[in-house]
Design a protein around this ligand. Structure first.
Ligand SMILES: [Fe+2]
Length: 231
C-alpha cells in the first residue's frame, strides 16, 4: 500500500493518494485544481494508474482538480449521493466499501460541516475532510451545515473508531499533519473532553468567521466536479 499526504500551500488543503502497489491502482482524495500536474506526475512516478477521484465534500475554499484529472486519466469521480451532483460518475451511500486494488475503503456519512460530507476509512486511517480537524471541527454556517449533525457525526461515528485510528483531515492551518481519534477525543478544542452537544452548538454558532475568499467561484465550480467549461 502506498499512502501519501500532499498540501496545497494557498488553501492549505491536504490531498491524499492511496494506492495498491500490486494492482497498480490509486485513488486521489480532495485534489486541488492548481495542483493536478504535481499529482499526476507523482502518480506516474509511483507507477500507479488513477482509478478513482474522491471528494470528502463540496469544498468552498478551492476548486477541485477532479474534472481535469478525469479528462486526463479517465478515472471516475465519486462523492456522497447527498451532494446530488449529476456530473459525478458514482454517488456513494453511507457504509459502502470501495476497492482500490485489494484495499477496502469504507464510506462513512459524516454530515454537519456540509450536508454531504463523507469520511473514508481504510487500514487504520480515517480521512475526515472538514468534519473533524486536528483540535478543531469544520464550520457549519453555510452549505446546509448543522452543528447538531456535526456533533452526532463526530461523537457517534468517528469517536466510535479505535483510539489508535490515525486522523487525516482536509486542512490544517497550524502545521499539523495527522492526529488520532484518541487524541481528538481528549484534546479537540471544539468537541473533545466530553463536551456536551449544547455547548458544542453554542461554540460553533459563535465562531464569527469571514466567508472563504473563493467561495462564490469554488462552490458553483465544485457542484460541477470542478469543471469551469460553461461558467
Ligand atoms: Fe470544507
Amino acid at each position: 500500500m502506498i499512502f501519501r499526504q500532499l498540501q496545497d500551500p494557498e488553501s492549505r488543503t491536504y490531498t491524499y493518494i492511496l494506492g495498491d502497489v500490486e494492482a497498480k491502482e490509486a485513488v486521489l482524495i480532495d485534489s486541488v485544481s492548481e495542483q493536478t500536474e504535481r499529482d499526476f506526475k507523482l502518480l506516474q512516478e509511483l507507477g500507479l494508474r488513477l482509478k478513482l477521484i474522491l471528494e470528502t465534500h463540496v469544498h468552498a475554499d478551492h476548486i477541485t482538480g477532479a474534472w481535469k484529472l478525469r479528462q486526463q486519466t479517465g478515472a471516475n469521480i465519486a462523492l456522497s449521493k447527498l451532494s446530488c451532483i449529476d456530473m459525478a460518475d458514482q454517488l456513494l451511500d453511507d457504509g459502502e466499501t470501495i476497492y482500490i486494488g485489494a484495499i477496502p475503503v469504507k464510506t462513512i456519512a459524516t454530515p454537519g460541516h456540509t450536508k454531504s460530507c463523507m469520511s473514508f476509512l481504510f487500514d487504520n486511517k480515517v480521512l475526515t475532510g472538514d468534519t473533524l480537524l486536528i483540535r478543531a471541527a469544520g464550520r457549519c454556517d453555510f452549505q446546509e451545515g448543522s452543528a447538531e449533525q456535526l456533533y452526532d457525526s463526530i461523537t457517534n461515528k468517528l469517536f466510535s473508531l479505535p483510539d489508535s485510528t490515525l486522523v487525516y483531515p482536509a486542512h490544517d492551518y497550524r502545521g499539523f499533519t495527522c492526529s488520532t481519534i484518541g487524541e481528538e477525543k481528549r484534546f479537540n478544542q471544539r468537541i473533545g473532553g466530553g463536551k456536551s452537544k449544547e455547548k458544542f452548538i453554542e461554540t460553533m454558532n459563535n465562531l464569527n468567521l469571514a466567508y472563504p475568499k473563493k467561495m462564490d467561484v469554488a462552490v458553483p465550480a465544485n457542484l460541477r466536479c470542478g469543471s469551469t467549461d460553461t461558467l
